[in-house]
Write a protein that binds this ligand. Structure first.
Ligand SMILES: NC(=O)c1ccc[n+]([C@@H]2O[C@H](COP(=O)([O-])OP(=O)(O)OC[C@H]3O[C@@H](n4cnc5c(N)ncnc54)[C@H](OP(=O)(O)O)[C@@H]3O)[C@@H](O)[C@H]2O)c1
Length: 332
């Protein structure tokens, strides 16, 4: 297969390229050459900014396009203007953030999407990201019709994750210095979802090879997972001597601890529905999720090999966590 990745040098796109080359496909990447241009010398690299001149796409044809780098609909339309009629399959990577509401089946693939108050805005913020992805989806469907696949991943995790969210837990659990207690947020029974980037990459290539169209949530694991199971698995994999100290979400809220950012991956009970996105449709088309232990160990191995730093603003600092745990113990 002749495959074009719009992106391909950071995280999800990087894994798609790696697996595509392993599967013997001919791969072209288009990117600006800023991230890691030295990657994949065996592939063709088109250097272009998708916000600017796209003549590198002129007169070219691909069996399939995987678009990991569209954040505003103009970027999708600009690609369409160059490639319409000359690609067999176009896969836009969107997000579950596109959903308007997660309650009462709100994240079934046919559910309503967010709507921007000002559809002309291109400012990508926490408030506009999902609605802009929804507009990208509409632009992609209008442009590529029945050749269009839209994927809506939940939290993507694993090696080369630039966001540091799941990675923070791996680094925290593996930390040998300091106290043995690890602050475990909320209730061990609370739901949690995330998907290994390599499982999305494998599914992406399978669908490109088949020319699948339609809209698919992508999340993991296959069977429901709780925060308790997630953190116990992390503890077993990375530091069995650690003790998980479960701290009530009301206490955390009173201490102004923010879910998702101060304690990444975790969501409080008011947002549990976000960690219950249905994935039966993707599973029916071949999505499989590797064991959690593999994701934990491989993410840890990557962190160590890359000397991956903690990301600013992601996760509690050691000092803040220690002071929260001290306050929680005093209260007991
Ligand atoms: N992380 C999550 O948990 C999560 C969850 C749901 C959905 N998603 C979606 O998944 C996708 C993840 O993408 P990724 O970053 O992992 O993909 P990637 O393809 O590995 O990396 C992004 C690529 O886009 C290129 N790029 C960025 N801006 C560009 C521009 N203006 N023109 C041309 N190339 C450009 C970058 O290279 P240069 O910088 O060199 O140009 C890089 O190669 C995103 O669409 C995101 O919204 C992520």
């Amino acid at each position: 297969m002749n495959l074009l990745i719009l992106g391909g040098t950071r995280f999800l796109g990087r894994h798609v390229v790696e697996q595509a080359l392993t599967r013997g496909h001919h791969v072209t990447l288009m990117h600006r050459g800023r991230g890691a241009p030295q990657l994949f010398p065996e592939a063709e690299h088109l250097i272009a900014d998708r916000d600017g001149d796209l003549t590198v796409l002129d007169h070219r044809e691909w069996d399939a396009v995987v678009d990991t780098s569209a954040y505003v609909p103009r970027q999708v339309r600009a690609v369409e203007a160059k490639l319409a009629g000359r690609v067999g399959h176009y896969h836009l990577v969107s997000s579950i953030s596109a959903y308007a509401d997660f309650e009462n089946g709100g994240s079934q693939e046919a559910a309503a999407l967010q709507v921007l108050a000002d559809p002309s805005t291109e400012a990508i913020t926490g408030d506009t990201y999902g609605a802009l992805k929804a507009l990208c989806e509409q632009a992609a469907q209008a442009a590529f019709g029945e050749r269009c696949l839209i994927s809506r991943p939940g939290l993507i995790v694993g090696p080369f994750d630039p966001t540091g969210r799941f990675t923070w837990w791996v680094q925290r659990l593996a930390r040998k210095d300091g106290i043995g207690d690890v602050l475990a947020p909320g209730s061990p029974d609370s739901p949690v979802q995330f998907i290994d980037v390599r499982d999305i990459a494998a599914w992406t290539l399978l669908q490109a090879e088949r020319g699948t169209a339609g809209v698919f949530n992508l999340n993991g694991p296959t069977d429901p997972l709780s925060m308790g199971e997630f953190l116990q698995a992390g503890r077993a994999a990375l530091r069995p001597s650690a003790n998980l100290l479960w701290v009530d979400e009301s206490f955390l809220a009173a201490q102004s601890v923010a879910a998702w950012s101060d304690l990444p991956v975790w969501l409080p009970s008011s947002s549990f529905a976000m960690h219950r996105t249905p994935t039966a449709k993707a599973q029916a088309t071949g999505l499989t999720c590797r064991p959690l232990m593999e994701t934990l160990l491989d993410t840890h191995a990557w962190c160590q090999a890359a000397q991956e730093p903690l990301r600013l603003g992601v996760g509690l600092t050691a000092e803040r966590e220690a002071s929260l745990l001290a306050a929680w113990r005093e209260r007991l």
